[in-house]
Design a protein around this ligand. Sequence first.
Ligand code: G
Ligand code: MN
Length: 215
Amino acid sequence: KDEFELFYQPQIKLETGELVGLEALIRWRKPGGGYRRPDEFIPASEDSGLIRNLGEWVIRQAAAQMACWHFEGLPLVPVGVNVSARQCSDMSVVDIIRTALHSNGLEPHMLKVELTESTAMRDPDRVAMLLRSIDELGAGIAVDDFGTGYSSLSLLKRFPIDELKIDKSFVGDIADYGDDAAIVRGTIALAHGLGMKVVAEGVETAAQLSFLAAH
Ligand code: G
Ligand code: MN
């Protein structure tokens, strides 16, 4: 019924304050007004398998939106899309990405695939193959909610990862200089040591911002 909509969350480079990326986040418009958040319907769409159709729509819609921004003369930044485990069970997502980029005249690095550690670890061999194809295509790869799932650090060596995303749950209390601050500092060092970019999710206060900028 055309009730899905993508919202775009900005990613800001702390050294310069410039916009360097966006993450596409799905919302489901309620007929009477307001939106359903993804945690209300993504789990059911994963269980039912509908996530494959929904995920394809997200990729195509994000690409079409970028083409639209480009047409309006706006500078483009890479857009991240969230990809669920069920979308990684075969290689079709690679074709979906390739087609979406091609039919909208976008360069491959303008799209970034976000997947969680749990998705990667469900079938590491298959996911490694999938990520190599996405990497060869030229699209970016980010590990989402880093540090919250079951994973082995060796996945960081095995997979062609461009970016680690620090989960919001670690960012919330960083300004208190407690355990979360130590985890965030460690993750930043890990990412930079491996030549990856690192993105902190859910920055909401000036104190969080200054902690992150300092590290
Ligand atoms: O925007 P919000 O913070 O409510 O999103 C919560 C989470 O919902 C995201 O971190 C992500 O895991 C999930 N999510 C949002 N949009 C999508 C989507 O298009 N596909 C999938 N698989 N998950 C999404
Ligand atoms: Mn994400």
